[in-house]
Design a protein around this ligand. Sequence first.
Ligand SMILES: C=CC1=C(C)c2cc3[nH]c(cc4nc(cc5[nH]c(cc1n2)c(C)c5CCC(=O)O)C(CCC(=O)O)=C4C)c(C)c3C=C
Ligand SMILES: [Fe+2]
Length: 526
Amino acid sequence: MWSSSQASTRGVIEVGRVEAGPSHFPKRPAPRNSSRVNLSRTYAIKSCSVSSRTGLCLGQCYHKKSSACKCKLGWSSQPLSSLRHHLRVHSSASEAVLTSQSDFTKLLVGNEKIGVLLLNLGGPETLDDVQPFLFNLFADPDIIRLPRLFRFLQKPLAQFISVVRAPKSKEGYASIGGGSPLRQITDAQAEALRKALCDKDIPAKVYVGMRYWHPFTEEAIEQIKRDGITKLVVLPLYPQFSISTSGSSLRLLEGIFREDEYLVNMQHTVIPSWYQREGYIKAMATLIEKELRTFSEPQKVMIFFSAHGVPLAYVEEAGDPYKAEMEECVDLIMEELEKRGITNSCTLAYQSRVGPVEWLRPYTDETIIELGQKGVKSLLAVPISFVSEHIETLEEIDVEYKELALESGIKHWGRVPALGCEPTFITDLADAVIESLPYVGAMAVSNLEARQPLVPLGSVEELLAAYDSKRDELPPPVTVWEWGWTKSAETWNGRAAMLAVLALLVLEVTTGEGFLHQWGILPLFH
Ligand SMILES: C=CC1=C(C)c2cc3[nH]c(cc4nc(cc5[nH]c(cc1n2)c(C)c5CCC(=O)O)C(CCC(=O)O)=C4C)c(C)c3C=C
Ligand SMILES: [Fe+2]
């Protein structure tokens, strides 16, 4: 999707911007920030584009099938050597041939201070943290999306829902040891990634920025500034992109970047999703293969991928690529297993729905019951949307779904562990970071159509631009108000009812009179 502007000097052709994402995304607008336009200038030498800043091959060469690349090398299974080769091809044109790995890494790193920012959700560390954590989550307009007119109600609504939900959530967290293990696991992943990068001659600091609990993204950014980082790779720890997860974190970052003098000038790039990376797919396949061996008849086990759900409207009305990426991810893992001679049947379903709206189907609980009815006897659950153990693996899958499966006639149950610090996976993340370095501060390739092992890249601004052609906000899940019993109307009726309940509650709390006092329910909230 590149276009040439045809302005040629000394055989150097300026290569234009990425014009558009895949068909379901709106056309990308021209960037507003003129300094970004300069950063994004790339130059083609002998028909491959080479970054004017780094001298590295950009764009077309990354595309395996690109006709524009005359190197005829494509992209090998060893990205580093491939990059080095491209570098040699291009740098010979600019009379600076690199010969060794250290030359290569020197060119990548130079005098820069490299940082990697891992973005994650965060989780309550104690039971007292649960309600404020839930408040932060529900106060996020990417989690509960109100029409602009009702935005002022976001916080009161978050307060209400978090208070009502807290007892149920606390029960869950109490059953897994009194808090979420997310912080500990993410810190361990950050340290493992730092070591893996160091082993590959890339000295980098790795930071953790959580969206809804400590260490908050804002805290990580402050540390990044104190450390004087000059090049930043932003890596959400969600393999697949969703507006509600990586999108929300990136939107937050975009706001922080826009406001901050230091950050506006710091070069950065984003790896928005990485589910199609070979290392990740292989690591997942290996975990599944290993767990299958624990069954007495492995070939009869159904592989049951269970992904965290999102409201259907995110996908159908806001263009969230989450479902498509999830399905492709499952296909890639199954292809990898097939290559290893494993041809078990598989299913994908969505878990953890919250609230009154419709979520992505099929639902995990309903699917388990159906499979039991169909006579499936062995099920291997594979959590697929997240790379750490968390409440929804440790409690929802291991306890609730297991119990449901056994009640539904399934005799043998297993569960694949989350990737955590699995070495193939961490090495692959390190490779993803290294492959992204030439793009830091430079215009990124259109990644959304790309296939593995391409690392999808783009600045925060560009990434969000892919979802928001007006650059105001991500599109709401329901874009028009429709009267009657349409899906949209039902959604809004539900929300209007929630707002009415909220108004009644506020009235009741302020006047001390109302139906909750009459029914003796209100003391629950004190
Ligand atoms: C890819 C993963 C996730 C998506 C997509 C996602 C969307 C999403 N989540 C909620 C509501 C809740 N999520 C909660 C916990 C939670 N969510 C994810 C991941 C995704 N969420 C994780 C890893 C966790 C657990 C963190 C931990 O502490 O271990 C919770 C709190 C727990 C509970 O009460 O059940 C809520 C609530 C929505 C509404 C949503 C999409 C709009
Ligand atoms: Fe969630």
